[in-house]
Ligand binder design. Structure first.
Ligand code: OFO
Length: 172
């Protein structure tokens, strides 16, 4: 069972995850537009991951007998300065999400809501991976700098990313 406060906080997080999906879809669209198919692929996989994050919360609220309440999703930017700009904005956004998840865990602890606390641990771990991926790609993009060939090499690497749906036991 969820308290009203926890239900509202989870619905807010659901909206943030939907915005994350929308943001990375916007980055994928812009990457396609600028001819960087590998970047477009990476961000589209990220979009899929974010939809998974959102749907896990959706299912959890339902499973707990709570009410899912959908709110408007903020419009993301439509243009970006460079691939590095996109990844710096991605990292900044993920830090914001990490803070938000940590605050949810704090609330679960205060409310002695053990089920939600356990549920949120998956997100705590996921955020380590998300920030790690972004840091790694930012480092590579900084090494490449203005070198077009280097950028195309990174693009080729990012083209290899595939979305792996989680096993049934961890997916819902
Ligand atoms: Fe990118 O982790 Fe969800 O939002």
């Amino acid at each position: 069972m969820l308290s009203d406060k926890m239900q509202e906080a989870l619905n807010t997080q659901l909206n943030k995850e939907m915005y994350s999906a929308y943001l990375y879809m916007a980055m994928s669209a812009y990457s396609s537009y600028t001819g960087l198919k590998g970047f477009a692929n990476w961000f589209m996989v990220q979009y899929q991951e974010e939809m998974l994050h959102a749907m896990k919360i959706y299912s959890y609220i339902n499973d707990q007998g709570g009410q899912v309440k959908l709110a408007a999703i903020e419009q993301p930017a439509t243009e970006f300065e460079s691939p590095l700009d996109m990844f710096e904005k991605t990292l900044a956004h993920e830090k914001f999400i990490t803070k938000s998840i940590n605050e949810l865990v704090d609330l679960a602890i205060v409310e002695k809501d053990h089920a939600t606390n356990i549920f949120l641990q998956w997100y705590v771990t996921e955020q380590i991976e998300e920030e790690g991926n972004d840091n790694e790609i930012i480092a590579r993009l900084k090494l490449v700098g203005e070198d077009g060939n280097g950028l195309l090499m990174v693009d080729k690497e990012l083209a290899a990313r595939v979305f792996t749906p989680p096993a049934a036991s961890e997916g819902d």
